[in-house]
Design a protein around this ligand. Structure first.
Ligand SMILES: *Cc1c(COP(=O)(O)O)cnc(C)c1O
Length: 370
């Protein structure tokens, strides 16, 4: 079986370093925040071209903390796309704001900047562009819209560690960038973890308060906050993995290049597209294919764990029915949701594995009914 991601292969590569760091953290008893979290923050921030990174419990709390620290709440509207993981919208709901959807670009799958302004109202306060699949959004156009309309920008970078647009790292364009270190992400912990990046010192200060019960010293609580702290063990593990992130990212890009060259002549298949100024980091390698469900089950039957990200667009999720959207509201997202197929993608994926996946995909297309 070729898995969608292979965390075991990666672990084998770094096993001794991981064992050593776990031992160090346990001996130092820096279980929550502490020196390992501080060291990770310090190394991660410059990689994302930001002055600061604030470690937190996961990628969802990272978005929540950024929204909260920017003062977004009840009565406010926040624009994002329906083509993202549910967490992006959950965070908007949890601060009491209303998510407003904008359709995606048909080629890049990221928010279509040309559709944003039509969805703005007097209540619009922020934009959350999502660098979906690791593909950077058009941050030039998005920041221009934000400046003209006095909107805050939180970049959801959960799938896009080290991705850049015009040479500048994602998470460094807006007021804040939010990262997930969920195990399967490009930089993954061995449990839950996340971070917010920013170069705004005042915003960073607010997030540091919110993340740890609103306290600035052990027993002084300046505000009512939350417990969304980062674990020391996860921070230690992430610091080890961070040493490999550039190399792993380059391997993802190499694998994407190989897929691209092997699949370029397959009829009806749409390969990933990114803007010429964007450096895509391929959290996922997503193609569009006719008869997607048949092709997917063919691959699954032949030992390839391809998947779908995401089969149900957010505006059609039962939990969000109160927003009043219906089928047909976001035709580009809906079309993509019916045709997108995620092929296995991870740094350790071999050339032979990619060749056999591509062969299977080609035979699935040859057996087509239409
Ligand atoms: C994974 C993910 C999140 C949430 O991150 P968690 O660490 O799982 O809470 C948010 N947004 C996107 C786009 C994601 O892929």
């Amino acid at each position: 079986m070729i898995p969608l991601v292979d965390l075991e292969a990666q672990y084998q590569e770094i096993k001794t370093e991981i064992a050593a760091v776990i031992d160090e953290v346990l001996c130092s008893k820096a279980f929550i925040q502490g020196k390992y979290a501080a060291a990770f923050e310090k190394e991660f921030a410059p990689l994302q071209h930001c002055a600061q990174a604030i470690g937190c419990s996961n990628g969802t709390s990272a978005i929540f903390l950024a929204l909260k620290a920017l003062g977004i709440g009840e009565g406010d509207e926040v624009i994002t796309t329906p083509n993202t993981f549910f967490a992006t919208v959950e965070a908007i709901c949890h601060v009491g704001a209303t998510p407003v959807f904008v359709d995606i670009d048909p080629d890049c799958y990221t928010i279509d900047p040309s559709l944003i302004e039509a969805k703005m109202t007097g209540r619009t306060r922020a934009l959350i562009p999502v660098h979906i699949h690791g593909n950077p959004c058009r941050m030039d156009l998005i920041m221009d819209i934000a400046r003209r309309n006095d909107l805050k920008v939180i970049e959801d970078c959960a799938q896009a560690h080290l991705a850049t647009f015009h040479g500048k790292a994602v998470g460094s364009f807006g007021d804040a960038g939010t990262f997930s270190f969920y195990p399967g992400k490009n930089l993954g912990a061995y449990g839950d973890a996340g971070a917010v990046t920013t170069s705004d010192a005042e915003l960073a200060e607010k997030i540091r308060l919110l993340v740890d019960h609103g306290r600035d010293t052990k027993y002084t609580h300046k505000i009512v906050g939350y417990n969304h702290r980062m674990d020391g063990l996860q921070a230690g593990i992430l610091t080890v993995k961070l040493r490999y992130l550039k190399q792993w990212t380059a391997l993802r890009q190499r694998n994407a290049g190989l897929y691209r060259s092997l699949l370029k002549d397959v009829e009806g298949l749409k390969l990933p597209v990114s803007h010429e100024l964007a450096s895509h980091v391929f959290h996922l390698f997503v193609v569009q294919v006719p008869e997607r469900d048949r092709v997917l089950s063919y691959l699954n039957r032949h030992g390839v764990a391809a998947g779908i990200h995401y089969p149900v667009p957010l505006h059609l999720q039962p939990a969000l029915s109160y927003l009043g959207y219906q089928e047909g509201d976001f035709p580009v997202t809906e079309h993509a949701a019916r045709h997108m197929l995620s092929l296995p993608m991870y740094p350790e994926l071999s050339g032979e594995q990619i060749e056999s996946i591509c062969e299977l995909l080609k035979s699935a297309r040859k057996n087509r009914k239409t």
